[in-house]
Design a protein around this ligand. Structure first.
Ligand SMILES: Cc1cc2nc3c(=O)[nH]c(=O)nc-3n(C[C@H](O)[C@H](O)[C@H](O)COP(=O)(O)OP(=O)(O)OC[C@H]3O[C@@H](n4cnc5c(N)ncnc54)[C@H](O)[C@@H]3O)c2cc1C
Length: 394
């Protein structure tokens, strides 16, 4: 008899959601999560738009995360716009607390997995555990050959000495200096005096000078009249923005080990966000009748391929953003995009654009004639930047 019915390797967002969903839908399964760190989920703030997921999925996620807003806002030099799309945030500790209180789940924390196969894993200490279904969710995998740009950010979660006055998150405040690519500030008001302030860049390089950026975050807070009394934590990340490449480069077809999350290439190729994909995977996987690695790998690879194929338009947009847009044009592209209708913006973030949406995004009036600029990108320009996705250091 196998040690477990399912082993989830890596206790991050994707496998955490699979575990949460499966224990409620399939309580008969004996399940184990093995995580290298002492806590599950790492140290992230995972946000999503209400419309990225179904109403039922939103309800499920809101039973895990604590922060929800009924609207959001964007700010550009020429206008500000409140948008009545709900916005939600789950922090890693929410997911950790949810999973450790789940009595149906077996957890093995602070334990690195050295080797994985579809039927067995080997732990750092040499112990082998067996299962009919093993899912590898160890985060981003190196993928040489994929052409990427970067969405990178650094922020401070602060307690202010007085209320900030924000009623809703500011998703993009682009009225800041445009340095290192397209730059904007992102502010999440957790409470009247608690705020996450992040400085974000759509940049050509993954380099994150956290000392310099911290000064910019503090300068922005000061400009807004927000007096930082204390800093509770910092948040930083570098996410891939895919310009060109195939799923085969991320997850070769002949690799039969089931994968989840970023490791499966399941993320939005313009924002680098993976939560909505992780939710959908968890939901669909829990409906599978037979839980074994071969079927799970076939199912998950097909999900990844469908998500990758569906995002060719995002790769085109990214090529425009990173290869054709000069100077302040990256900001002007977003400035124009955010003047479009709210449902289109929602479908953009949900990676669910209709053909007419794509035409509306592409065929803009000047100053940014996207279709002409895209046509002007020399053939092979993206390939010349085949810098590849690099797995982060543990
Ligand atoms: C700072 C930050 C903020 C982000 N914010 C958002 C957001 O707001 N919305 C959104 O949708 N996306 C966001 N993302 C992008 C993406 O959703 C996250 O990276 C998400 O955590 C990816 O989920 P995952 O399960 O694929 O990988 P991870 O969450 O990274 O999980 C992988 C897990 O595997 C573990 N692991 C690795 N190697 C081993 C090993 N050998 N043995 C055992 N365990 C191992 C790791 O410790 C980790 O816990 C953010 C990313 C970052 C870095």
């Amino acid at each position: 008899m196998r040690d477990f019915d399912i082993i989830l390797v890596g206790g991050g967002l994707a496998n955490g959601l699979i575990a949460d969903r499966l224990t409620s839908q399939r309580p008969d399964l004996r399940m184990l999560i093995i995580e290298a760190r002492p806590t599950l989920g790492g140290d992230h703030t995972w946000s999503y738009h209400e419309t990225d997921v179904t109403a039922e999925q939103d309800l499920w996620l809101r039973s895990i995360g604590k922060s929800a807003w009924s609207s959001q806002e964007v700010r550009f030099p020429s206008y500000s716009r409140p948008i009545s799309t709900g916005y939600r945030t789950i922090v890693s500790s929410d997911l950790h607390n949810r999973l450790v209180s789940n009595e149906r789940l077996n957890l093995c924390l602070d334990t690195e997995v050295k080797d994985v196969s579809p039927t067995a894993i080997v732990l750092q200490g040499g112990q082998t555990l067996t299962s009919d279904c093993i899912i590898d969710g160890r985060g981003l995998v190196s993928a040489p050959g994929v052409s990427i740009g970067y969405q990178k950010f650094y922020g401070l979660e602060c307690e202010l000495s007085a209320p900030h006055g924000l009623a809703a998150p500011i998703l993009m405040d682009t009225t800041v200096d445009q340095i290192d690519g397209y730059r904007f500030m992102y502010s999440l008001p957790y409470s009247p005096t608690k705020l996450l302030i992040e400085d974000t860049y759509y940049s050509d390089t993954p380099l994150l000078d956290t000392n310099a950026i911290e000064q910019r975050v503090r300068a922005y807070a000061s400009l807004k009249g927000w007096d930082i009394a204390s800093v509770d934590r910092e948040e930083k990340g570098v996410l891939p923005v895919v310009l060109d490449g195939q799923l085969e480069m991320v997850w070769p077809r002949d690799q039969t080990m089931p994968r989840s999350g970023m490791r499966a290439g399941l993320f939005h190729q313009t924002t680098g966000y993976s939560l909505p994909f992780a939710v959908q995977t968890a939901d669909r996987l829990s409906a599978m009748q037979v839980m074994e690695s071969k079927a799970a790998a076939a199912f998950l690879r097909a999900e990844s391929q469908a998500a990758w194929d569906k995002q060719s338009f995002f790769r085109l947009l990214n090529r425009f953003l990173f290869l054709a847009a000069q100077g302040g044009e990256r900001r002007r592209i977003f400035e124009r995009f955010y003047r479009l209708q709210r449902p289109l913006i929602e479908r953009f973030y949900a990676a669910n654009l209709k053909t007419a949406d794509k035409a509306r995004i592409i065929f803009g009036r000047p100053p940014v004639a996207l279709h002409k600029a895209v046509a002007a990108i020399p053939p092979g320009a993206a390939a010349s930047r085949a810098n590849g996705i690099a797995a982060p250091n543990p």
